[in-house]
Design a protein around this ligand. Structure first.
Ligand SMILES: [Zn+2]
Length: 457
């Protein structure tokens, strides 16, 4: 495989910037990281670069080079922010002093996502030297600094600037191979609808000796509501109309799933749970990728301290998230949840249901020509055709690209499962970094043979 040692050196500089987006004391580092990105984009001979902030958030970098109206346009996404590093004592080498050991780059952000984002920037720089004054592919880049802190800048800006972002496909490198030597591409992602329930009973906390038996305890009411969200025997979600719109698991899903080396025994072992659980009639892999789920993520109310406090709390609450599959509509489901919990609330309490966040799921046809081009590029570089997978998690920006802006999203991730994202000793294999640069170049080379939006046969 071709190597790019000079790009590796540059990546190490990027990794030295502690761009932790959730900690306000790093605001200046986020600016530096955004500048690093903007400089590399200019270095790839893309001069139309803007760095700006939405509502005081961390900088967004937008750039474009549109030489050729007849050529396809690719929208490349990445994030330059990283997760916090604690527990820092568990790192073998300091998280922002990137260290090369055994063919790997150890540093916070090496795999998520600086190392992967950098593959795009370096691939473009190489291609700019080959392509000359008139590029055969139009390129747009949108790079954010709030991915790890749940910031909404990019989503807000993308929805307001849908025309500027219009493209034939989006490219995201922020995922991983299934195992070394086996690339994968997501063709589906679950959506999410996250709500907070609050049950209100007495006007203040009450003495359970003086009021117990005379008023309803909001915690008991909440327990009833929670109990009726899920049928633990069938694994079905009991919110009326919850499954409306669910696209059933298809023959294509089953064919693709058969190629995924998913081992439910290993899954159980990794979970540490005593047994598997879930919706009857579906495999574990289907349950966690192609079927919706509902989880209570937190419960609060009453006395949590040591010893006994005889109290009837005035309020109790729960965080409830639903992982959705296409074509479930998060707004519709949040309304159904609200109606249902309101109906379930016994007399003596009121219940409020607030939305925290939401995103629709994504489901694409893996045989669309852009995904085929990406799959071909991965196979050319890594020697094996990618497996098409559905992912149980949500990537809200991909929902915007696919659902709102109507383009296929190419999840061409170069991480490996043991990269330790968000954990101490995060790493990226140098060979994955080099292969990533090569694969992005091959993909763009293949797209250069497409006319706008359509492959040339
Ligand atoms: Zn990431």
């Amino acid at each position: 495989m071709r190597t790019y040692p000079e790009y590796l050196e540059e990546l190490l500089d990027f990794l030295r910037i502690p761009s932790i987006s959730t900690l306000t004391e790093h605001a200046q580092d986020l600016k530096s990281a955004a500048d690093w990105v903007a400089t590399r984009i200019r270095g790839a001979d893309i001069q139309n670069v803007e760095v700006f902030s939405v509502d005081g958030g961390h900088p967004l970098v937008y750039a474009e080079r549109l030489d050729n109206p007849g050529a396809p346009t690719v929208l490349m996404y990445g994030h330059y922010d990283v997760q916090p590093v604690d527990p820092v004592e568990e790192w073998d080498t300091p998280p922002f002093e990137p260290t090369l050991r055994e063919g790997r780059i150890y540093a916070r952000g090496s795999s998520d996502d600086k190392g992967q984002l950098a593959t795009h920037l370096f691939a473009l720089r190489d291609l700019s030297r080959v392509w000359g004054p008139r590029w055969p592919v139009n390129v747009k880049l949108i790079i954010e600094g709030e991915e790890e802190s749940g910031g909404a800048s990019i989503e807000k800006w993308a929805l307001q600037n849908a025309d500027r972002l219009a493209a034939d496909c989006a490219l995201i490198s922020d995922t991983a191979f299934l195992k070394p030597g086996l690339p994968s591409m997501d063709y589906g992602l679950r959506g999410i609808a996250y709500a907070e329930l609050e049950v209100q009973g007495p006007g203040r906390d009450l003495h359970s000796g003086l009021y117990g038996g005379g008023v309803l305890n909001p915690l008991s009411a909440l327990a009833r509501i929670i109990d009726r969200l899920l049928d633990l025997e069938s694994g079905r979600i009991l919110v009326p109309g919850f499954y409306d719109g669910v696209i059933p698991v298809s023959g294509l899903d089953r064919d693709q799933a058969a190629r995924v080396p998913f081992d439910s025994g290993r899954f159980l072992e990794q979970s540490g749970s005593p047994a598997l659980w879930g919706e009857q009639g579906y495999s574990v892999y289907e349950r966690i990728t192609a079927r919706p789920s509902l989880d209570v993520n937190g419960l609060w109310g009453g006395f949590q301290g040591q010893g006994a406090k005889t109290v009837i709390p005035s309020r109790a609450g729960a965080k409830v998230s639903m992982r959705l599959v296409p074509d479930q509509d998060p707004d519709d489901l949040l309304r159904k949840l609200e109606d249902y919990v309101t109906d379930l609330a016994p007399e003596g309490v009121t219940v409020a249901c607030r939305t925290i966040h939401k995103a629709r799921g994504v489901l694409m046809d893996p045989s669309n020509p852009f995904m085929e081009a990406a799959a071909g590029a991965l196979e050319e570089v890594f020697g094996k055709a990618p497996v098409f997978t559905r992912c149980g998690a949500s990537i809200p920006i991909s929902t915007i690209f696919h659902v709102n802006l109507g383009m296929p999203v190419l999840f061409m991730g170069f991480g490996l499962p043991d990269d330790g994202l968000h954990s101490p000793n995060e790493k990226m294999d140098i060979s994955q970094f080099y292969g990533g640069i090569e694969a992005v170049k091959k993909l763009l080379g293949r797209l250069a043979r497409f006319t706008a939006g359509r492959p040339i046969k």
